[in-house]
Design a protein around this ligand. Structure first.
Ligand SMILES: Cc1cc2nc3c(=O)[nH]c(=O)nc-3n(C[C@H](O)[C@H](O)[C@H](O)COP(=O)(O)OP(=O)(O)OC[C@H]3O[C@@H](n4cnc5c(N)ncnc54)[C@H](O)[C@@H]3O)c2cc1C
Length: 389
């Protein structure tokens, strides 16, 4: 059976690898001329590390990543509100948690794809999916190419998925009312002693720093913003300084020492969860199926999990696509829906603009039982995978 994967992002590349390893003939079609570089960095939590191990790339990932040890929450005045012990999370789940620059992860996955002899067609922008006269689904590309593969995997992301439009006839993401500026910071001198994540909460504002090595970190500054507005890269630092200049060190340094070219501004969207992920021989994967907010910390991790599950489902039931896709959806929909709703709930709290709400939120953060929280995270993230929790 030949499988066409639409989109060469984290979901598309990782699914190509698992499917090829399962014996399928796979090709990837990506609109860009090379591996996409959108986003700054990712924490590959232990559930993602498990999948990266199955893909045969975990050692390579480990070489360019930080091992996350803890996650500290602070108020915007620098008061410590609490700390999640990520070593415990990792040891309960049996895999480390790796912080990695997104570009590095994309390069590692792309190399593995080529090593396995999978064809990756760049500059193939999908323009439509349609049912042809003989009842097959046809994929057309802007460059006039046209294919009719046995299986079509829609891994074309969250903002304008043509595959999602084909499957549920709607692909409108939902703007969630906040901006994230994301960036990759590199310094000549060592600034970080370990890969402790620092998360600062203000009133309608947030700043997070994730070290990847002693000299490198990715970061995100967020603020509530009612309407989608302009994106002018020349203004990004000014906008960030206006919001975070007086926040605790090293936020100021990180903003101002990050190269302008490595900062991006995103009006953050997600999707309402859906229960139908397939139609005919087309199935959705990654952000095209479920795209949680960055506050979930799980978007890329769930894309990786999809890759592992879809190969397992198709390996057993490739003679009956409807059954394979139904099983895949059943295995994935509750977990990804919970993560999407959890991401929204955390965003509603972090980006709340009511000072009294934020005071109570910070008080609750100080009184949280973080050991219990870590065990809860492990249980949720291990679900559906052969991992302990
Ligand atoms: C600001 C921000 C921060 C984030 N931080 C984290 C994080 O810390 N941890 C985490 O786990 N997740 C994070 N995420 C989420 C994560 O980036 C996504 O969930 C993940 O990239 C999903 O992978 P994907 O392959 O489904 O989609 P994408 O990575 O978006 O890949 C989709 C691919 O499809 C291609 N494509 C799109 N349309 C077409 C077309 N018509 N034809 C051909 N190709 C097409 C695109 O070019 C792209 O290469 C973040 C997201 C945002 C917005």
């Amino acid at each position: 059976m030949n499988i066409a994967i639409l989109g060469g992002g984290i979901a598309g590349l990782s699914a190509a690898i698992t499917l090829k390893q399962a014996g399928f003939d796979v090709e990837i079609y990506e609109r860009h001329p090379g591996p996409s570089e959108i986003g700054a960095g990712i924490v590959c939590w232990p559930n993602a590390a498990f999948v990266l191990d199955q893909l045969g790339v975990l050692d390579e990932v480990a070489q360019v990543s930080g091992v996350v040890s803890s996650m500290n929450r602070f108020s915007s005045d620098g008061e410590l509100l609490g700390s999640l012990d990520i070593h415990t999370l990792s040891s309960v789940m049996g895999y480390p948690s790796y912080s990695i620059i997104r570009k590095d992860l994309m390069n590692i996955l792309s190399r593995r794809v080529l090593e396995l002899g999978i064809k990756l067609h760049y500059q193939h922008k999908v323009s439509g999916l349609s049912d042809n006269a003989s009842g097959q689904v046809e994929v057309t590309f802007e460059n006039t190419a046209c294919i009719q593969p046995d299986i079509i995997i829609g891994a074309d992301g969250r903002m304008n998925s043509i595959a999602r439009k084909y499957v549920i006839e709607d692909n409108q993401p939902v703007y969630q009312g906040f901006i994230n500026w994301i960036g990759v910071f590199e310094s000549a001198d060592a600034l970080f002693t370990d890969s402790t994540v620092s998360d600062y909460w203000g009133t309608g504002e947030r700043f997070g720093i994730v070290p990847v090595s002693s000299t490198k970190a990715y970061w995100a500054g967020g603020v509530v913003c009612e309407k989608i507005g302009l994106r002018d890269p020349l203004m990004y630092k000014q906008e960030l300084n206006a919001l975070f200049r007086h926040w605790p060190s090293p936020i100021d340094k990180i903003i101002n020492d990050t190269a302008e070219s490595r900062i991006n501004k995103i009006y953050v969207h997600d999707h309402n969860p859906i229960k139908t992920w397939h139609r005919n021989n087309v199935v959705l994967l990654g952000d095209a199926a479920h795209s949680p907010l960055p506050t979930s910390g799980q978007g890329a991790c769930q894309a990786l999990e999809d890759a592992w599950h879809i190969a397992n489902c198709l390996k057993v039931q490739s003679h009956n696509l409807d059954q394979a896709f139904t099983q895949f959806t059943q295995l994935r929909v509750d977990k990804t829906t919970g993560i999407t709703l959890g991401g929204r709930q955390l965003a509603a709290s972090i980006f709340n603009q009511d000072a009294e709400f934020c005071r109570q939120r910070n008080l609750a953060a100080k009184n949280t039982d973080y050991k219990k929280s870590v065990l809860g995270m492990a249980k949720g993230w291990a679900s559906g995978l052969p991992m302990s929790a």
